[in-house]
Design a protein around this ligand. Structure first.
Ligand code: GLU
Length: 467
């Protein structure tokens, strides 16, 4: 059997990390089993679906490398097919028209609540042998309801939650299509999962309540339902369900903030699945390890500090050239163009950065003017160091321009002026890159370039000039 999974987002809001985890697991399952992964956009809610939200889904999946083999299918383009299947269900006696008006339904609900009963459709229009149905109201447009079995139970072995059994008496006759003909969510999902040959439905646990209804529909259509895998909720840092309403960011926002796709995949993978205590791993390892057996049962909580840590690990492990490409686009966003020095700049700073934004902050010092804080200048660029700075500038204007020669020039100045390395290096860094703490001085100076180094060493702010 070929494994076929799907991700079926509704484009009614910007997809966030909690949502996209429901794409990662079915994707990983399909990829690790040589299966097929399908993208289906559930856009039947015309009022709330937007093209912008679809774009974020597509862009987010492309960014994270969650490639799909089929789709995107759009439910809005499958209306004809839903009509066909509805007709099939009606012909087979599994669906029936119901003319109960909204007012009647409301009145029924009120009576049920007053009697402390669970509000549910009472089956007025449900055909039964020997039952006389009420007369069809003039001009009435029916909704179409599913004829749910009255007795027995519906049972499934959820891969995460275990065996779930629901009494059919708990389920009323759900609406399959509204009076304007539009099909409902549960109905479309089943028609699609059936037509697309889905073998494993992997989705958030907020859909558990829909599953018994969907299983009934599968049976009515003469098909075996797929396996169901309901993933525990993703909570935000405050412990609430992650949602756009309480501040969850669109998934693509993380790219803008300097996170790496592989790191986000790694972090999300751990948000509800584990492989021993492994926290940092690459995509290929993840796909080798992934299986449905190690999915967690309890809600996972998002932790941005942890995501940053994972990002830093991936950033350190990344090749300079690839990293430079990402930093280049961060620089472009700031109107700065990187050049051929960028891979070396990345190599020099990647160990001390946890995002490409932080790396771009460093790179900026090589491409734009720098200005140290008054505090750093006052601490490090005291008047007494000015003569040594001038000697260094002289040496650096004549020496060969490579790390070895620059290091030799620095050593010579130290000897000449009787200084310790930090006494000279700190002020040089403050003047040349705007901060006292950087990687190896000679490497930094080499990358800044002779012209800029000399200009910055000589263009000392007032404080240092008054020596
Ligand atoms: N469209 C549904 C959602 O975005 C998912 C449906 C499903 O996975 O079955 O929550």
């Amino acid at each position: 059997m070929t494994i076929r999974t799907r991700f079926a987002p509704s484009p009614t809001g910007f997809i966030h990390l909690g949502n996209i985890r429901s794409a990662l697991y079915p994707w990983a399952f399909a990829r690790s089993q040589g299966g097929v992964f399908i993208l289906r956009i559930e856009d039947t809610d015309v009022q709330r679906s937007t093209q912008e939200a679809v774009d974020v889904i597509l862009d987010g999946m492309r960014w994270l490398g969650l490639d799909y083999d089929e789709g995107p299918y759009y439910q809005s383009q499958r209306t004809q097919r839903y009509r066909e299947v509805l007709a099939q269900l009606c012909d087979a006696g599994h669906a029936y028209p119901c003319y109960m008006s909204q007012e009647e339904l409301d009145a029924l609900r009120e009576r049920q609540s007053a009697a402390k009963c669970k509000p549910r459709y009472d089956g007025t229009w449900r055909p039964e042998p020997g039952k006389v149905l009420p007369p069809v109201p003039d001009g009435g447009q029916p909704v179409w309801r599913f004829r749910t079995p009255l007795d027995g139970t519906v049972v499934w072995e959820d891969k995460v939650k275990g065996r779930i059994e629901i009494a059919n008496a708990e389920l009323d006759d759900m609406v399959l299509a509204r009076s304007d003909g539009t099909p409902t969510y549960n109905f479309c999902v089943v028609v699609d999962d059936m037509d697309m040959g889905i073998t494993h439905v992997i989705r958030g646990e907020d859909h558990v309540n829909n599953t018994p209804r969907q299983i009934h529909l599968f049976h009515a259509l003469g098909k075996e339902p797929p396996e169901y895998v309901h993933l525990p909720t993703v909570l935000n840092e405050q412990g609430d369900k992650m949602s756009k309403r309480n501040g969850a960011k669109a998934v693509t926002q993380y790219r803008e903030e300097g996170y790496l796709a592989d790191a986000v995949v790694n972090y999300l993978a751990r948000l509800g699945w584990s492989h021993g205590n492994d926290e940092f791993f690459h995509r290929a390892q993840f796909l080798q390890w992934f299986g449905l057996d190690n999915l967690g049962k309890s809600p996972a909580q998002f932790d941005e500090a942890k995501l940053r840590w994972v990002n830093a690990q991936h950033l350190k492990a990344m090749g300079d050239e690839a990293l430079a490409e990402l930093v280049r686009s961060q620089l472009e966003r700031r109107g700065v163009e990187g050049d051929e020095r960028l891979p070396r700049i990345c190599a020099l700073f990647q160990d001390r950065c946890d995002t490409t934004v932080a790396l771009a902050d460093w790179a900026m010092r090589f491409y734009t003017e720098v200005s140290a804080s008054a505090q750093e200048l006052a601490t490090h660029c005291t008047p007494s160091i000015a003569p040594a700075l001038e000697t260094l500038a002289q040496h650096l204007s004549q020496c060969a321009w490579d790390r070895t020669a620059i290091a030799a020039a620095v050593r010579e100045v130290l000897a000449q002026h009787g200084l310790k390395m930090s006494q000279l290096a700190m002020p040089v860094r403050v003047l040349v890159v705007g901060t006292a703490h950087t990687p190896s001085l000679d490497a930094v100076l080499e990358l800044v370039g002779r012209e800029k180094v000399l200009a910055r060493l000589r263009n000392r702010p007032q404080l240092a000039l008054e020596c």
